[in-house]
Design a protein around this ligand. Structure first.
Ligand SMILES: CC(C)(COP(=O)(O)OP(=O)(O)OC[C@H]1O[C@@H](n2cnc3c(N)ncnc32)[C@H](O)[C@@H]1OP(=O)(O)O)[C@@H](O)C(=O)NCCC(=O)NCCS
Length: 207
């Protein structure tokens, strides 16, 4: 078996949405049924400016394997577009009408960030919205490879993301973000309607 990285178009995402959401629910260890709550939102995201989605798929073929995955592969190949999903990552350009941006601005104001700094942070960023690897495929570098592919060639000046706070930053997501040079923007932030504390992390682009 070999892992390949491919880009998904909005139509590909629509077609493969149940499978993509299954990877998300399994990776996050959310209860079954969470897929149904997220489906409409994920589809709406595909229509946002600057949306880009990359996926890792598994094919019964000898090569290439990571880190060369994707090299020489024709992304429109139907074999690849229908191969089982191992991981998914997507994001889009941040904009003032987005709930997430409004939440981040409130958080920045709450910690005393000045208006100039907030304007600078919000002016041009890519929101890395979702990044999930099937638990059976974690720990092999696929998350890092997807992140690098997703962030390659972006026009924005930096990337922002939110991730649940974990004691000691002791999980793969935190290890990956720190390894890629993400630094703290806000810590211990509570998004409206979610009791869990989150960190907002960011770094300049290109990666
Ligand atoms: C967070 C997550 C996306 C990271 O993806 P991943 O593929 O598991 O992780 P990485 O790309 O960091 O790779 C993991 C390991 O593979 C190693 N690796 C890197 N390149 C490699 C390669 N070419 N071949 C083999 N292993 C490699 C890394 O050194 C890393 O080792 P470590 O975990 O011991 O530090 C994934 O674990 C996941 O889906 N977790 C649950 C959901 C989640 O938390 N999502 C993020 C929410 S914000």
């Amino acid at each position: 078996m070999a892992t390949y990285l491919i880009d998904l178009s909005p139509d590909d995402m629509k077609r493969r949405l149940p499978e993509a959401l299954r990877v998300y629910v399994d990776a996050m260890r959310y209860p079954r049924g969470t897929e149904d709550q997220r489906a409409a939102l994920w589809l709406e995201h595909t229509r946002r400016a600057g949306w880009k989605c990359v996926a890792a798929v598994e094919l019964n073929s000898p090569a290439p394997t990571l880190p060369e995955a994707g090299a020489g592969v024709v992304p429109t190949s139907s074999d690849l577009l229908d191969a089982p999903l191992q991981g998914i990552a997507y994001g889009y350009r941040g904009a003032p009408d987005q709930w997430w941006q409004q939440q981040v601005i409130s958080g920045l104001q709450r910690i005393g960030t000045g208006p100039d700094r907030i304007a600078e942070l919000m002016a041009s960023y890519f929101e890395l919205t979702e990044l999930h690897i099937d638990p059976r495929a974690q720990g092999r570098g696929i998350g890092e490879a997807l992140t690098r592919r997703l962030l390659t060639g972006r026009p924005e000046s930096h990337v922002l993301l939110s991730t649940p706070e974990i004691y000691g930053e002791a999980n793969r997501a935190w290890q990956l973000y720190r390894r890629l040079g993400f630094t703290d923007v806000i810590r211990g932030y509570h998004f409206a309607g979610d009791p869990r504390p989150f960190a907002i992390l960011g770094r300049p682009l290109p990666l």
